[in-house]
Design a protein around this ligand. Structure first.
Ligand SMILES: [Fe+2]
Ligand SMILES: [Fe+2]
Length: 141
């Protein structure tokens, strides 16, 4: 398999994870309850356009590289409490950063410098998401 094909396959894996993040944050925004509902809802809603923007970049890039962008949306993990939602979101952000670190190497191997640089921007965004959620979970009873 060529390095470009490997990169396209990887970017498709990332794309479906971004779609999953869109559905996850939108769903959790609807599900939150309790005294912090307003804040949590606003937080989850604010993630949706970020993740959708990532998905749009990936879909465009996959096409530009000659691939077919996936329309698969993996199932969102269910959560019964606000804390569980935040923990699921934190786990997803950590896994996403790991995937992008791997993808940066693949973009390098495929000689796609501009993809590599944009993926680094995505790592910055996802790291911000991760850190925000970590701060929210700290001291949560
Ligand atoms: Fe994202
Ligand atoms: Fe994120």
């Amino acid at each position: 398999m060529s390095n470009t094909k490997k990169l396209i396959d990887g970017l498709n894996e990332d794309l479906s994870a971004e779609y999953q993040a869109v559905v996850m944050y939108q769903t959790y925004a609807s599900l939150v309850t309790g005294p912090y509902r307003q804040e949590l809802r606003a937080f989850f809603e604010s993630e949706v356009p970020d993740e959708l923007g990532h998905a749009a970049f990936l879909a465009d890039k996959i096409v530009a590289l000659g691939g077919d962008p996936t329309t698969e949306v993996p199932k969102v993990p269910s959560a019964k409490t606000n804390k569980e939602m935040l923990e699921n979101a934190l786990q997803a952000e950590i896994e996403t950063i790991d995937r992008y670190m791997k993808r940066i190497d693949q973009a390098d191997e495929a000689g796609e410098l501009s993809v590599k640089v944009r993926l680094e921007d995505l790592v910055v965004d996802e790291s911000q998401h991760r850190d925000d959620i970590r701060r929210m979970l700290k001291d949560w009873q």
